[in-house]
Design a protein around this ligand. Structure first.
Ligand SMILES: Cc1ncc(COP(=O)(O)O)c(C=O)c1O
Length: 422
C-alpha cells in the first residue's frame, strides 16, 4: 500500500465526527504526539473545573456536611459507568480501590463460595502472560486458601485461544480470570464464548477490563459475565491513582462475601455494631472510605465517553490503529519492527505493539522526539492512540518521527537505563 500523506491524515481529522473531542482535553504542547493513552489518559478540561468545585466548595466550604452526597458516588458513578460503557444494568458496578484490591476481593469471594459448595472446586485458570498483578494476586490467594492455579499458554501476538481455556476447565475449576484486551499485544478475547465455556464447566468468569473500558464496547450483562474489574486512569481519563471499578452480576451478590470485611460494606454502617453483617447489593464489595476526588474525576471521564458514544469511540480506535499498522508496515518493517498485535482491527483493542530488538532505547529516544509511547519488556514498544484525545495526524507524525529516528540511528546516541519512560 502507498502510505497516506500528511495532508491525507489531516483530511481524516477534518472528517472525524469525534474530532472536536480532542479540544476537550488539556494539551499544552502542540508538538507532542501522546500515544500513551493506554497507560495514563489525558486530563479532560472539565475535570479541572470539577475537581476545583469539589475541593473549594464541597470540601473547603461544605466540610463533613458534604459526606451525605459523596457517600452515594461509588454506586452512582458505577451505575453511570456500567450503563454507558460496560453494558451493566444498575446496582452491579462499584467504583472503589485499585484493580489489584478489587481482584483480590472478587476472586477471593468466588473461590470461597466455590469451595463451600464443593471442596474439590479450588482451581483458578489464568493465562501465563496475564498482567502481573493479576497473576500475583491469584497466586497469593491460591497459596493462602489451599487453591491452585492452572496456567494456560497464550500466543504473544494473537492472544489466548478460547479452545485452550476450555480445555483447561474441569470439575475442579472454580474461576477463570482473563483480560478482555491483553495488556501487551492488545488481543481481544471473545467474552461471551469464554464465559459460556466457564459456566458449562460449573465455574465463574472474572474479566479484567483495564484495557477495554472506554476503548471497546463491553457487554457484561449480555455476555453473562459473573465478575469484572478494571481501572479508570487509562481510557476513562480519571488520572493517576484514580479508583478502579468492580462488577458483580446481581445474581451472585447475595452468596458472595468479600474477604475484606470493611465498614463501608456493613449493613447500617453508622450503628457501629460489633458483628459484621454485609449490606445487600454491590456495596458489600466496598472496603473503606471512598476516594472522593478520584471519584469526581471518574465521573467526568465517563461523562465525556458517554457523550461521544462507545460505538463511535470503537470505530475511531480501529481506524487509528489501522493507520498506525499501515504506516508501520511501510516505514518501520524495513527498519526491524514487527507488528506484535492482531492485524485484524476487530481482534484487538485500542493499542498496538511493535517488536524491535532495540525497543528500549527506541522508546526512550522517542520521548526526546516528542513522541510518548511505552516500553514493555523485553522488546516491545506499545502505542496507544486514545480515540477521544488523539488526532490522525498525531499518529502520522509519531510514525514519521519514529522512522527517521531509527533510520538515523539517533536511538543509539544516549541510552538511559532500562525502565519506564512514562
Ligand atoms: C490489565 C491490568 N490489570 C491490572 C492493572 C493494575 O491495576 P492497579 O494498579 O490499579 O491495581 C493494570 C495496570 O496497568 C492493567 O493493565
Amino acid at each position: 500500500m502507498t502510505p497516506p500523506t500528511r495532508a491525507e491524515a489531516l483530511a481524516l481529522d477534518s472528517a472525524d465526527p469525534l474530532g472536536p473531542f480532542v479540544e476537550r482535553f488539556v494539551a499544552d504542547d502542540p508538538n507532542l504526539c501522546y500515544l500513551d493513552g493506554n497507560s495514563l489518559g489525558r486530563l479532560p478540561v472539565a475535570t479541572v473545573a470539577r475537581l476545583r468545585q469539589v475541593v473549594e466548595h464541597e470540601w473547603g466550604k461544605g466540610l463533613a456536611g458534604s459526606w451525605p452526597e459523596w457517600i452515594e458516588w461509588p454506586v452512582a458513578v458505577g451505575d453511570r459507568l456500567g450503563a454507558s460503557l460496560l453494558g451493566a444494568a444498575p446496582g452491579q458496578t462499584l467504583v472503589a480501590d485499585s484493580v489489584t484490591v478489587n481482584l483480590y476481593k472478587l476472586a477471593g469471594a468466588a473461590l470461597a463460595a466455590a469451595r463451600a459448595a464443593d471442596p474439590a472446586r479450588r482451581v483458578v485458570v489464568v493465562v501465563a502472560d496475564e498482567f502481573p498483578t493479576d497473576r500475583y494476586v491469584l497466586e497469593g490467594l491460591a497459596g493462602g486458601t489451599g487453591g491452585a492455579l492452572r496456567t494456560v499458554a497464550a500466543d504473544a501476538v494473537a492472544g489466548v485461544d478460547p479452545a485452550a481455556v476450555t480445555a483447561a476447565l474441569g470439575p475442579d475449576t472454580a474461576l477463570v480470570v482473563l483480560s478482555h484486551v491483553a495488556y501487551r499485544s492488545g488481543a481481544l478475547v471473545d467474552m461471551a464464548g469464554v464465559t459460556d465455556a466457564a459456566h458449562r464447566a460449573g465455574a465463574l468468569a472474572l474479566w479484567d477490563l483495564s484495557h477495554s473500558a472506554g476503548a471497546v464496547p463491553v457487554g457484561l450483562d449480555v455476555a453473562g459475565a459473573d465478575l469484572a474489574v478494571g481501572c479508570t486512569y487509562k481510557y476513562l481519563n480519571a488520572g493517576p491513582g484514580a479508583p478502579a471499578f468492580l462488577y458483580v452480576a446481581a445474581r451472585h451478590q447475595r452468596r458472595l462475601r468479600s474477604p475484606i470485611q470493611g465498614w463501608f460494606a456493613q449493613r447500617d454502617q453508622f450503628a457501629m455494631g460489633t458483628a459484621f453483617v454485609p449490606v445487600d447489593g454491590v456495596e458489600r464489595f466496598a472496603a473503606g472510605t471512598p476516594p472522593v476526588l478520584g471519584l469526581a474525576a471518574v465521573d467526568e471521564g465517563v461523562a465525556l465517553l458517554a457523550e461521544a458514544g462507545i460505538d463511535r469511540v470503537r470505530a475511531k480506535a480501529m481506524a487509528l490503529t489501522d493507520l498506525l499498522v499501515g504506516l508501520a508496515d511501510e516505514w518501520l518493517a524495513p527498519l526491524g519492527f514487527a507488528l506484535a498485535s492482531p492485524r485484524e482491527p476487530s481482534r484487538r483493542g485500542a493499542h498496538i505493539t511493535l517488536r524491535h530488538d532495540e525497543a528500549w532505547p527506541v522508546t526512550a529516544a522517542l520521548v526526546t522526539a516528542g513522541v510518548v509511547g511505552d516500553f514493555r519488556a523485553p522488546e516491545h514498544l506499545r502505542l496507544g492512540p486514545a480515540p477521544l484525545s488523539t488526532r490522525y495526524v498525531e499518529v502520522w507524525d509519531a510514525a514519521d518521527r519514529l522512522r527517521r529516528l531509527v533510520a538515523e540511528g539517533r536511538h543509539r546516541a544516549a541510552v538511559p537505563p532500562a525502565g519506564r519512560v512514562t
